[in-house]
Design a protein around this ligand. Structure first.
Ligand SMILES: [Zn+2]
Length: 253
């Protein structure tokens, strides 16, 4: 219940606004004793030239973010869908929900995060898709038993990372054994032209439990695409379109 904003009914679990004394669904009395600290969510627009604090509420809420007609609108940002995202409060805590946007919502990686095949992530100005493991190559046999003439690579597990271009087409495909690094100067996958990348920016490692994406203390951070809906907590930074939003959850006394 760490990020709860509002009062949960002990009978029916409905999330009520602060200040209610009886449940607005089942009319049970609510515990309004002074022991529960009131929490407030704050959203800061932290781009260069951002607007600072743009939203705050200490009550049960659902907030829409997009290009037009939303609780928070950025009408100049053509990378945003009209309704792009929602931030919702529920008894499971605060979560961010992709409202069916074209370009997705990205969350800044704090240290490391689990990475799954088909995840999309951003480092510098590169938008990259992790395609998983290539695995061992088995020669392709054509119908008349001819063996297909294709490149071979050394045995071992190779990770596949592909660039997504602004034309909406896929760019270069990179095949590198794990662990791999991505950066501008010293890395396995290099983008020398990308001034927003650090020399060695991030890494992908293979573990027993899958794959891990790690920010190697880069200057501009690494962002991973939100898979549908995910819990968010104090200090999370969300990138949608060209807007950077910092989420704070403050205890009010
Ligand atoms: Zn109730």
């Amino acid at each position: 219940m760490g990020f709860l904003i509002g009062l949960v009914c002990p009978q029916c679990k409905f999330l009520n606004k602060w200040g209610e004394t009886i449940c607005q669904r089942c009319m049970s009395p609510l515990d309004t004793g002074g022991s529960i600290p009131i929490k407030e969510v704050q959203i800061f627009h932290i781009n260069k030239g951002g607007r600072g604090l743009i939203y705050s509420s200490s009550n049960a809420f659902s907030i829409s973010i997009g290009r037009r007609g939303c609780d928070i609108s950025f009408d100049q940002d053509m990378y945003l869908s009209l309704v792009h995202a929602r931030i919702e409060n529920s008894i499971e805590g605060l979560k961010v929900i992709d409202a069916g946007s074209y370009n997705g919502i990205f969350r800044k990686v704090r240290g490391s995060t689990n990475l799954r095949p088909s995840d999309v992530f951003i480092c510098g100005a590169q938008i990259l898709k992790f395609l998983g493991v290539l695995g061992r190559l088995t020669p392709y046999i054509l119908p008349d038993s001819t063996v297909f003439y294709g490149s071979t690579i050394p045995d071992g597990e190779y990770l596949m990372v592909q660039q997504i271009l602004s034309t909406r087409k896929m760019g270069n495909l990179y095949l590198k054994p794990a662990p791999l690094t991505i950066g501008r100067e010293k890395a396995d996958i290099l983008f020398p032209y990308d001034k927003f990348l650090s020399a060695t920016h991030c890494s992908i490692t293979a573990t027993e439990n899958g794959f891990t994406l790690t920010d190697l203390n880069s200057a501009n951070g690494v962002y991973i695409k939100v898979r549908g809906s995910e819990p968010i907590s104090d200090g999370d930074i969300l990138l949608m379109g060209q807007e950077l939003l910092l989420i704070r959850i403050i205890e009010k006394n």
